[in-house]
Design a protein around this ligand. Structure first.
Ligand SMILES: Nc1nc2c(c(=O)[nH]1)N[C@H]1C(S)=C(S)[C@@H](COP(=O)(O)OP(=O)(O)OC[C@H]3O[C@@H](n4cnc5c(=O)[nH]c(N)nc54)[C@H](O)[C@@H]3O)O[C@H]1N2
Ligand SMILES: Nc1nc2c(c(=O)[nH]1)N[C@H]1C(S)=C(S)[C@@H](COP(=O)(O)OP(=O)(O)OC[C@H]3O[C@@H](n4cnc5c(=O)[nH]c(N)nc54)[C@H](O)[C@@H]3O)O[C@H]1N2
Ligand code: SF4
Ligand SMILES: [Mo]
Length: 766
């Protein structure tokens, strides 16, 4: 049934709110197959949480006569206000997409030839187990790598990996927020901190694209701050939707944000605008920072960044006037330049100098179960339990990327994430030892890792590539075995820690029966573990037993979680240096009174951190000792040749990363990306809107279609990420638009291992 599919129809069918959807801006009409008219008969609402991106917003799904018809936000989840974004709403069309992988596949032709045999799950497991055993016998268990996009599913994969004997488990994070994570760890001894956007008076975004790189609760937080008169300032080489909504926009030269931030620190210290009491009491290393920014004047930073000296002066002064409710957002995708560790550290330092910590509108420690229980003096929130397992065998070689390996360049990277770009490198160079097998779960490195041609070359050299996905992804295209997972609407899962300023656990519940012959990840890893003779590491029967293990003595919470989709513990947001919220907490848990000081705040947890000095380290002892990088220092980097243009990317509001481009409704809304070029540059190159061009960089070439816009610096071009798909199995998205990572080099930033998403490109009309 083909019929007119308008923006309004989409909103009606999908449950995406107009407000969430409006951010996409460019979409108006389209045609699609969408048969979701209500039917008479049974109807129920199931609570779960979304996986169309990893913001994982709580949802409510409507099932009529066994069929999912509508997805809305969970109306009881305050942070999202019961809304979802366009992608969440469009999960209906992903669920019923006939292009999903319907049965396990084993490769029958050459790698990448696209010839498959549909097999039973047993056949697929037997094949994988035999090959994994071969790899272990021939090369050692460490030669098998395992990578998953972060999430609760990773725990099951890691159990299999460790039981098998490999230390080489990875998330995608070194292509995403790793610089921010390592910067937080260096400063606070933990990465578990968040920002309270909703109560902020001043938010400085260094390319954090809130309204396109969507997390619904963050979008609502920023919108709330703005509605209450808070200021949003966007620093971005392009005029993003966030820049459009901001009070001020500065088109910074790509890769130079650190100069701006150091100059802000310079002004705050020079003019004595920082919170001296906070700095003295809670931080370490102020003098070293002061000395290191002595020459970082606004005049100097203006030359580096292209932002006027007077603007840098007034940004610093406006931030100081709004303190302590002022922050620099620490970024999410942190891959603009090789100096990312320094940039994210410097951004955190500004927020700390403003004393914007554990107060509304500032930075805060996530309120975990153990933190709350410790303050309350009793068990208020259950710490999620895990099954008791036999000890893992000790790997005979350390991790291939050197994460948490003494003396290695990426020692400071958490081993739970690793530097995933090291996998293709180890396959191709054999250094520090060869990787021969790769298990890929809910992750698409052919699209999401830079230097695509090199990634593919590595995949072709593997003895075994297993990909567990819902689509025949670009990585699955090169696999030996493809394991189709049940989509998030078809599977039950254990509890997911979704806490922030208050603790909360969300529960994923099966909304409908699997449409195809698919299984949930936990079942797949348990089955494979048993095949490999490692069943003792998967001692639980099913997911109900796992949920019971997680809840320990608090089984009563399961009923609530199933009904509501989550459990929280009736706490108001707790900011430890805010008298009002501390008073509220103490009224509820009087035992906490013993932790409150004479100023009416709780600062014990702030002066006993897991850093070498136990304080918040403006000067990082660890980074100094290992890398001579105690305080952030500007090291200019050359990201392009003089005759080239900077190439940068960003998220599209209605697509997710390397995932949704084939999802029917979303593909229909936005089938391809374009290359943004400034009118002056276009004129010089004799380019018109809609022209076909070839973009060339050191690592590859890509076709592109020109979009002329004043919303981009003349020396820069921009495209939305995730297009230009390479798997012919993604029939709608195949070869639609420009593939960014074909044009980017393999990057592993010093200290944090972050990827590099900025490169120089040349453009030629074709
Ligand atoms: N709709 C949607 N939402 C998403 C996602 C998605 O794919 N789609 N993905 C989720 C994920 S995984 C993440 S990590 C977040 C990402 O959220 P963000 O990090 O906010 O998003 P990006 O759009 O990747 O990048 C942000 C901006 O950086 C700008 N930029 C590029 N180079 C520079 C530079 O050198 N300096 C400055 N100041 N700016 C620069 C780009 O123009 C872009 O506007 O979004 C999450 N939410
Ligand atoms: N050049 C450049 N590179 C980038 C970026 C950029 O802006 N520019 N962005 C970076 C960022 S921030 C990130 S986070 C990464 C993102 O890229 P990836 O980490 O690869 O993650 P996703 O795009 O979320 O999804 C990967 C795969 O998960 C599959 N999938 C979806 N749902 C399920 C499920 O329920 N089960 C299973 N088994 N599979 C599922 C999808 O089909 C898809 O193939 O890319 C990074 N790479
Ligand atoms: S931001 Fe959108 S796609 Fe991501 S989890 Fe929330 S509703 Fe789903
Ligand atoms: Mo990301």
């Amino acid at each position: 049934m083909g019929r007119k599919f308008t923006r309004r129809t989409f909103l009606k069918l999908s449950g995406a709110t107009a407000a969430a959807f409006a951010v996409s801006g460019s979409v108006s009409r389209l045609v699609s197959e969408a048969s979701t008219e209500s039917q008479a008969g049974s109807s129920e609402l199931v609570r779960s949480f979304c996986e169309m991106c990893t913001s994982r917003c709580p949802i409510q799904a409507k099932v009529e006569n066994g069929k999912l018809t509508y997805i809305a936000g969970n109306p009881d989840w305050a942070a999202t206000g019961g809304t979802v974004c366009a992608r969440g709403g469009a999960a209906v069309s992903q669920l019923y997409d006939p292009e999903r992988v319907k049965k396990p596949l084993i490769r029958s032709g050459e790698r990448g030839e696209g010839k498959w045999k549909e097999v039973s799950w047993d056949e697929a497991y037997a094949y994988i187990a035999e090959k994994m055993q071969d790899i272990k016998n021939k090369y050692g268990a460490e030669s098998m790598a395992f990578a998953a996009r972060g999430g609760t599913h990773k725990a099951y994969m890691d159990t299999l990996a460790k039981a098998y004997g490999s230390p080489n488990t990875f998330t995608h994070e070194s292509t995403c927020p790793i610089a921010r994570t390592v910067a937080k760890e260096a400063t606070f001894g933990t990465g578990a901190l968040s920002l309270d956007y909703g109560n902020a008076k001043y938010i400085l975004s260094l390319g954090r694209s809130f309204f396109e790189g969507i997390n619904v609760s963050q979008v609502r937080g920023v919108a709330k701050a703005m509605a209450n008169g808070g200021k949003l300032v966007s620093v971005d080489p392009r005029f993003s939707v966030t820049a459009a909504k901001a009070d001020e926009w500065y088109a910074i030269k790509p890769g130079t944000d650190l100069a701006l931030v150091l100059a802000l620190i310079h002004v705050l210290i020079r003019d004595n605008l920082y919170d001296q009491e906070f700095v003295e009491k809670y931080t370490e290393g102020f003098a070293a920072v002061r000395d290191s920014v002595a020459a970082a004047t606004p005049a100097w930073a203006a030359q580096e960044t292209g932002i006027a000296e007077k603007d840098i002066e007034h940004i610093a002064k406006d931030m100081a006037a709004a303190k302590p409710r002022a922050m620099i957002d620490w970024g999410w995708r942190t891959a603009f330049s090789p100096e990312e560790f320094e940039l994210r550290r410097a951004s955190i330092i500004v927020t700390l100098l403003l004393g914007s910590f554990e107060v509304p509108g500032g930075m805060y420690f996530d309120k975990s179960a153990s933190l709350i229980n410790g303050l309350a003096g009793k068990n208020v929130v259950p710490v999620l339990g895990a099954p008791k397992l036999p000890p893992y065998p000790k790997p005979s070689r350390p991790r291939v990327d050197g994460a948490q390996v003494k003396g290695q360049p990426h020692y400071m990277v958490p081993a739970s994430d690793g530097v995933v770009q090291a996998i293709p490198e180890a396959v191709l160079t054999g250094q520090p030892y060869p990787i021969k097998g790769w298990f890929v779960l809910r992750y698409n490195p052919v699209i999401s890792q830079s230097n695509t041609n090199r990634v593919i070359e590595a995949l072709k050299k593997l003895d075994l590539l297993v990909v567990c996905d819902i689509y025949l992804s670009d990585t699955a295209w090169f696999a030996d075995v493809v394991l189709p997972e049940s989509s998030f609407l078809e599977r039950d899962e254990g509890f997911n820690n979704a806490g922030g300023s208050t603790p909360a656990y969300t529960l994923r519940q099966q909304v409908v029966n699997p449409v195809y012959d698919t299984k949930p990840h936990w079942q797949i890893f348990k089955d494979l573990g048993e095949r490999l003779g490692l069943g003792q590491y998967f001692p639980w029967r099913d997911i109900e037993e796992m949920r019971a293990i997680q809840l320990g003595g608090r089984q009563d919470l399961l009923k609530t979680a199933k009904e509501k989709g989550f459990v929280n513990f009736g706490l108001k947001p707790l900011f430890l240096r805010d008298k009002n919220s501390v008073a509220q907490f103490v009224a509820k848990y009087p035992e906490a009174m013993s932790k409150v000081n004479e100023q009416g705040i709780i600062d014990g947890p702030l002066v006993n951190l897991k850093t070498p000095s136990k304080k918040m380290e403006l000067f990082s002892h660890e980074a100094e000792e290992l890398f001579g990088r105690g305080v952030p220092v500007y090291r200019p980097v050359k990201l392009k040749e003089d005759n080239e243009l900077y190439f940068i990317q960003g998220k599209a509001a209605i697509h997710t990363n390397a995932h949704t481009h084939d999802v029917p409704w979303l593909h229909a809304l936005m089938p391809l990306n374009r290359l943004w070029i400034h009118p002056d540059t276009a004129k010089q190159m004799n380019l018109q809107a809609g022209d076909a061009v070839e973009v060339t960089a050191q690592s590859g070439k890509q076709p592109a279609t020109v979009l002329i816009s004043k919303g981009i610096r003349p020396d820069t071009v921009f495209t939305y990420f995730g297009f230009g798909r390479l798997s012919p199995g993604l029939k709608r998205a195949y070869k639609q638009g420009t593939n960014a990572n074909m044009l980017l080099p393999t990057g592993m930033a010093p200290v944090c291992g972050a990827a590099l998403h900025t490169a120089g490109v040349a453009i030629r009309k074709i």
